[in-house]
Design a protein around this ligand. Structure first.
Ligand code: ATP
Length: 417
């Protein structure tokens, strides 16, 4: 099998940290995109490393696809620069960028079988010095070379034995794998994937996520992936870029993004979060609902107003007398592995995920370990996310008809601890 250029030169080994630092490959510098007077990307700065699986994640319209299209050369940024290997390539057309793309609608050739679909790109390879300079081999491949490349790709995408099948007879996941093989057979340095699993059902999507990660690791090609599905982003990526309103909100590993969101938007978009107002009393101490909690955060001004994120799985339900806070259960829903419990604390509804059953209307205490509390600076997103009142109301509408109507004074205020 062809060995993809994944080896990292010795000088890239970072002795200080003892880790291998992959080389910078693509850089976007201050890229802005304006369509019809609308700024849809606002001074994007992004570095993508060799062999990285990087995901652009954000809600519809945040500018993910536009960023991908700038990297692919399908659109030029209104201002700003794009570099590949340190060379500015704003004016280099897509076919000279050693980039290939897989879209959600993969458009295989229905009249060609699997083998011919994959071989197609090899039969029309560009030729000549200009093509060679841009990474193409610049010659027609022999029949044997084409055959070995196609067979190698079939192995990479786990479709060996399917070569003479009609593509229309394949499942959605298999067709998508043919599309990936077709994109990879030319050995691009970068594969751009724009919501490639969007058309597949949930089960197939999960299988394909594992498959895509395996393919990326096997080939060592840089994958730049676009999705609005946070779970997909967290499970596959080395690096996640969270975007909103044409602005990069945060760049980090999946763990960083989940555990250390920079603002309420990221905290809310990545998983479930209770986000409440707090006061940073001093390093390691934050006040929530008038009670002091130990936390691991520091570096804020004394008494600085902050946003505090508490993940539903980080809250322990305890006896009222042992609770750091006490609240009233307004709803409980069985989710298979755990219960989703909605709890009213002084009129603010939290989501708690627990394996303990707590009946609706019961009063509970909660405990949160210091590492379950994450403190963030106030931002334009403060106050917009992280209250489960509507979530609770949805449950109440569809489920428990026995529950008392919503109280204007919360139970917790009445029982004030
Ligand atoms: P989605 O997940 O829905 O695909 P996205 O995050 O990929 O969204 P983009 O496709 O990058 O978002 O679009 C960002 C904004 O730019 C949107 O408001 C879109 O309508 C606008 N836009 C994109 N392309 C054009 C264009 N060619 N002309 C005018 N507006 C455009």
């Amino acid at each position: 099998m062809y060995i993809y250029p994944v080896s990292i030169p010795a000088e890239k080994y970072n002795h200080e940290w003892g880790t291998i630092m992959a080389k910078e490959f693509i850089r976007l510098r201050d890229c802005t995109m304006v369509f019809d007077d609308d700024v849809v990307l606002n001074k994007i700065n992004l570095t993508i490393k060799d062999n990285e699986f990087l995901t652009l994640l954000g809600p519809s319209g945040c500018g993910k696809t536009t960023t991908l299209r700038i990297i692919g050369g399908f659109v030029k940024p209104t201002s700003g620069d794009v570099f590949f290997n340190g060379v500015r390539i704003n004016d280099v057309p897509p076919h000279k960028r050693t980039v290939n793309t897989v879209f959600q609608k993969y458009a295989l050739f229905p009249h060609l079988n699997v083998y011919e679909n994959i071989a197609f790109g090899l039969r029309i390879k560009p030729r000549g010095k200009a093509a060679m300079k841009n990474g193409h081999e610049g010659r027609r491949l022999s029949k044997d070379e084409i055959h070995s490349r196609v067979m190698e790709m079939l192995e990479v995408v786990s479709l060996k034995g399917f070569e003479y099948r009609d593509v229309t007879s394949l499942s959605g996941g298999q067709q998508q794998r043919v599309a990936i093989a077709r994109a990879l057979v030319n050995r691009p340095k970068v594969l751009l994937l724009d919501e490639p699993l969007g058309a597949l059902d949930l089960r197939l999507r999960k299988d394909m996520q594992i498959e895509l990660k395996r393919i990326q690791e096997a080939t060592g090609i840089t994958f730049i992936y676009v999705t609005h599905d946070q779970e997909e982003a967290l499970s596959m990526s080395d690096t996640v870029v969270v975007m909103d309103g044409g602005v990069i909100q945060q760049i980090g590993t999946p763990e960083d993004i989940y555990n250390e969101p920079v603002n309420a938007f990221v905290a809310d978009f990545i998983g479930e979060s209770n986000i409440v107002d707090g006061i940073m009393v001093e390093d390691g101490v934050v006040e929530i609902f008038g009670k002091k909690f130990a936390c691991l955060d520091e570096g804020f001004d004394p008494m600085e107003p902050v946003d505090v994120v508490i993940r539903p799985e980080d809250v322990d339900i305890v006896d009222i007398k042992d609770g750091m806070l006490t609240g009233t259960v307004t709803n409980i829903t069985f989710k298979g592995v755990h219960y989703d419990v909605i709890v009213d604390f002084k009129g603010f509804k939290w989501l708690i995920q627990t394996t303990d059953y707590c009946p609706a209307n019961s009063r509970i205490g909660i405990k949160i370990d210091p590492d379950g509390i994450h403190v963030m600076k106030k931002s334009v997103y403060s106050g917009m996310y992280g209250d489960y009142s509507s979530y609770s109301a949805e449950y109440e509408d569809i489920s428990d008809a026995d529950l008392e109507p919503e109280e204007t004074v919360s139970e917790d205020e009445r029982y004030e601890t």
